[in-house]
Design a protein around this ligand. Structure first.
Ligand code: FES
Length: 87
C-alpha cells in the first residue's frame, strides 16, 4: 500500500528499510525515502508503520533473550529432578 504518494513510498519499503537497519526514526525516513518531506500528509501513517516494524524486530530479540536466560529451576514446583513420579 502506498503510504507516501508524493514520493511513491509503500509500507513494504518502509518495513524493509527498518529491517535493513537503515531507518530507525522519522528523520531517517525523511532522509532516506523522502517520506513526509513534501506535503506531510503521510507523516503519521509512516511513523506508525515505522514503530510497528521496529517492534517486530525487537520481539524476536526479547524472545531469544528470554530463552537464553531461562532455567528449569525458575519454574514453580520444579525440583530439578527429571525422574518420573512413581504411580
Ligand atoms: S504524501 Fe508523503 S510527503 Fe506528501
Amino acid at each position: 500500500m502506498y503510504v507516501c504518494l508524493c514520493h511513491a513510498v509503500t509500507d513494504q519499503q518502509i518495513e524493509k528499510a527498518v529491517r535493513k537497519g537503515s531507518v530507525s526514526s522519522v528523520r531517517d525516513l525523511q532522509q532516506t525515502l523522502g517520506v513526509g518531506t513534501t506535503c506531510g500528509k503521510c507523516a503519521c501513517e509512516a511513523r506508525d508503520i515505522l514503530q510497528a516494524a521496529s517492534r517486530k524486530i525487537e520481539e524476536p530479540g526479547l524472545l531469544a533473550s528470554a530463552i537464553a536466560t531461562w532455567s528449569p529451576s525458575v519454574v514453580p514446583g520444579n525440583t530439578g529432578n527429571d525422574a518420573q513420579p512413581a504411580l
